[in-house]
Write a protein that binds this ligand. Structure first.
Ligand SMILES: [Zn+2]
Length: 262
């Protein structure tokens, strides 16, 4: 029985990933998500469901368009596969509780934001604002999501997230005399606060800074980028939020125990 649920959630996630590919391609270009139906970028041939079955179509067609043979970007398959694996994992981790659909929805939003930021160095308000409002509504109606009073702790999380990122922005402006990150990161921190609540927002910010810092050191050492380049911080925020949704409380307790506060 168990394996059927795991396969179901894996396939569900792969289908969500397939939709996220459409979002990533169309939203930054200002195109409609619903119309026109998907077609090949090269030959414009309409794609049937056989061409769009997540992950498997890519494998059976060996990564090429059935009609003209043009290469399909591997990113398409990786997003489907990654979202599928993550969704199956979320089921294994949470089981059938409220946190499962909530975390699947949040992860989908975070993957879309992260991939658009990676491609365009832009955090899209058109995704962040509706997602923040959605998380606010979830906090209001779903009981006991953070094992705390969701609504107040969500507001507190959003305030802490926004205050922290505004502070980093200001410090950057004063010390380096230029913008290191945009207002998009601040909006995103507000959304993250609603998603993970307080005090887990601190875990999310800490993990993101840790990853961003390690990546920056790595890139500077290997001279891929100079310290003057921007790093897409939105990606680290997206990854750290997913990590916090899953392991936020254990990480927090481990840390408090480590510094002997608990
Ligand atoms: Zn084609």
């Amino acid at each position: 029985m168990e394996i059927i649920f795991i396969i179901f959630f894996g396939l569900l996630g792969a289908c969500i990933g397939s939709f996220l590919n459409v979002v990533i391609d169309r939203l930054p270009a200002g195109k409609s998500l619903a119309y026109p139906p998907s077609s090949c970028d090269a030959c414009q041939h309409r794609l049937s469901w056989l061409d769009m079955f997540p992950v498997f179509s890519y494998i059976f067609l060996r990564g090429r368009c059935r009609y003209c043979g043009a290469k399909i970007p591997i990113r398409v398959m990786l997003v489907e596969l990654g979202t599928g694996l993550l969704t199956a994992f979320l089921y294994i981790h949470f089981r059938l509780v409220w946190m499962l659909p909530v975390s699947i929805g949040y992860s989908a939003v975070l993957i879309a934001i992260g991939l658009i930021d990676l491609k365009h160095q832009l955090i899209f308000p058109a995704i962040v604002f509706p997602a923040a409002i959605f998380a606010l509504i979830v906090n209001f109606f779903v009981p006991n999501l953070f094992n705390l009073h969701n609504f107040l702790f969500g507001l507190l999380g959003a305030a802490v997230g926004a205050a922290f990122l505004l502070l980093v922005m200001l410090l950057y402006l004063v010390l380096r005399k230029r913008e290191g990150m945009g207002l998009g990161d601040v909006y995103m921190a507000v959304m993250m606060g609603f998603m993970v609540g307080f005090p887990n927002i601190i875990v999310a910010l800490f993990v993101a800074i840790l990853m961003g810092g390690l990546m920056a050191i790595f890139l500077v050492i290997f001279k891929k980028k100079s310290t003057k380049d921007m790093i897409p911080f939105g990606d680290f925020l997206a990854i750290s939020t997913i990590i916090t949704l899953v392991w936020g409380s254990p990480i927090l307790h481990w840390y408090l125990h480590w510094v002997k506060l608990e």
